[in-house]
Structure formats: C-alpha cells, structure tokens
Design a protein around this ligand. Sequence first.
Ligand SMILES: [Ca+2]
Length: 416
Amino acid sequence: MSTNTGHNSTSGDITWALNQPEQKIDWGYRAMHGSIVLAKDIIRAYYASSIKYSYYSGCSTGGRQGLKELQLHPDSFDGVLAGAPAWWTSHLQPWTAKLGSYNLPVNASHHIPPTLFPVIAAEVLRQCDGSDDVEDGIISDPARCNFYPEALLCSAANTNASSCLTAPQISTLYQIYNDYVDTNQTFVFPALPLGSEPQWPVLLGGSNPHPLGTQYVQYFLLNDPNWRWQDFSYRIVELADQLDPGNATADDFDMSDFAARGGKLLMYHGLADALIPPGSSEYFYKHVLKTLLPRGVELAPWYRFFLVPGMLHCGGTAVNAPWYFAGSGHAAAVGTGAYSTPGFEDARHDALLALMQWTENGVPVDELIATKFRNDTNPAAGVLRQRPLCPYPRQAVHRGGDVDLPDSWECQMLYS
Ligand SMILES: [Ca+2]
C-alpha cells in the first residue's frame, strides 16, 4: 500500500500545514497507520486467508514513517527496511534552515558559490580517499580523514576565485563540516560528512535555505508564514522539541516490544548523503543501544544498521561507489519494470530479500553486497564494482585482490 499521508502537495512543499493540526498528525503517523490497517483488511478479504508476514520499505521521510509505525505499533510489520530516516523531525528541519543560512546571503564575502563545490569535492577526495587504506575514489570512513581546509585557501600566487577559497569562505566550510552545537554545548544535529559535496547544491546552493527547513518553521511549527530564516535562533529548536507538531519525530528508542515479538529492523544510510547526515542514523543506533543494552536487550538479533560508502541520499553515487542493493527507490532509479537487483535476485544482493530471509528463516544479515552497474539505467551493460556493506560498527576492509570484487573484502570491527 501507499498513502498521500492525508494531504496533497509536492514533496518539498509544507504550506498545506498552516493552522492544520489534524493534518499534521495525519502526516506524522496517523494516515500511515490507518492505511496499513485498511490494506491488511483488503488483503485478507481478497485472498480469503490470513497474512503470514508484513514488510515495510521506505527511505527518507519513508524511513521515518517505518520507524514511527514500528515504535507506535510494534505488531504492524514483521520486517522493516528503513533508509536514511528523517526520524529527528524536530531537529532535522531547523538544522536544514540553519545549514542553509551558513552560506547566505549570496552577496556576502563568506558565500561559497555552487561552482566551487566541485573544487572542494576534489580536494576532500584528494586528502581523504586514502584514509580508509584504499585509493579507490571512495571515502569509506570520513571520520578517519584529518581534513585540512586551508589547502584550498587562495594565495598571492593563486587568486583565481574559481579554483580557491577566501578566508571567509573557509570559515563557512568549517561551519558546514561541524556539528550544530548550541547553548551550553548542547548537541543539536550532526554535520554534513566529508564526501557529501556532490549533493551540496540541494541544501547549500540556493538564494534561500531549503523550504524543508524554512517552511517547517513557518507552516509546521510557528504557523507564521512571515517568519524569516534570518531570525533563526536556538529558541526555534527548543520550541520544536517542546511542541513536535503532529508528533512526527520518531525518537522512541525503546523498541523492545518490536524485538520481543520477533520483528527485524534493517536500517541503512549513505555516507555521502547531503540531505540527511548519516550521523543522525548513527546517533539513532547509539541511542537505541544505550536504551536497551543496559536492560539486557542485545541489538544484533533484531536490529542491524548499514552505512553505505559513497552513496548519496537514499541512492545513487557521484564517485562510482557500489550503492545498489534494492533499497527503497533503487529499482525505480533503474527504470520501469526493474525489480530486486537485476542479475542478482537473491538475499545476498537484495536488502528486502535479506530482510525476509532473516525474518522468516532466522538467517541474520551479516553482510549485503552492494552493486555499481556500469550504466545505472541499463544493468545489462554489466557490473563495474561490487562490495560488501557491513552491520555497524563493522566496516568492509580490503583483504587483498581486485577492489572491485566483493570477495576481496571482509567485514571487520571498526575499533579493535
Ligand atoms: Ca578510499
């Protein structure tokens, strides 16, 4: 089933929410649950039999919806595949406005024009590619790179504004790459990762912050279309925490009811995602861990989280990274009629089949093989690269051989 979540709009438009508290609740969780209940009734009636297993697959807001449904109604689904979840609505949306403001106004000396984003991307890749021990054009562990932004600083010898950054622009770069921390060192939201530059035009390339930030504050939080992003303050975040309109934020980290009934959760997030930082999924995972492990609930038997090196928001890559594993929207990116992982329709290469095998046969997802086709819209043209994705906090480590073949890699703990 699918649902319009109770309103009609394009995906970047929040104006419908103005003074509509019931529609906000519909969007937050209610339309999803009602639709699930009705869909199950229809399925039972049509097939005249009971439902054996129910699965969910969604990314971005779809990821949030999967987590929210699981938290409110642990018996709705047996398996949930949640990609790049926009789970932290009350912080993600204000951060989106804050992030955009770093690079504005466009006539300021600190503004970095989008034409410089590829220059920054190239320097980040030059400095960081090898920090994961393999020079393959993919930054597989951004946290291991000790990036030095001043390498981009214009000098007396190089004053070409299309190939270097001024000191005020370097300061903007620091803001973009640093977590949003506010009053009393309060952590608000994680930064964009090194390697996310190819997707920066979405949130950092406009003459205003993205509407998903600004319009959230205007139409969802304050019901004040006249609010200006220039007036952003920490008060907005505090208000969002306090009100959380529509109860949209999926922050009930105690998912032990879902675990206890045998539910399985597979979560993934692209490490080059510049719309929702992968750090927000790491934060989520760690908070579930901190909530449940002290009570004796291990995560590995029911919840696994995969970071995807080089993958943009929900899918795609700018650096030829293996990103295709039949996640939400992946087949649609290939073209009409595509399904699973073309040519590799099995639980090793298809996250949904892997989730089903885990749920129905008890085979845990110890790794997933991600694929980069030579041509993203024509899998028949062959495979460029395949590589395992590993359950956090493991990561794929090269053990020798052709880096483009999956068996040249193995999952190892990222600490020792
Ligand atoms: Ca690398």
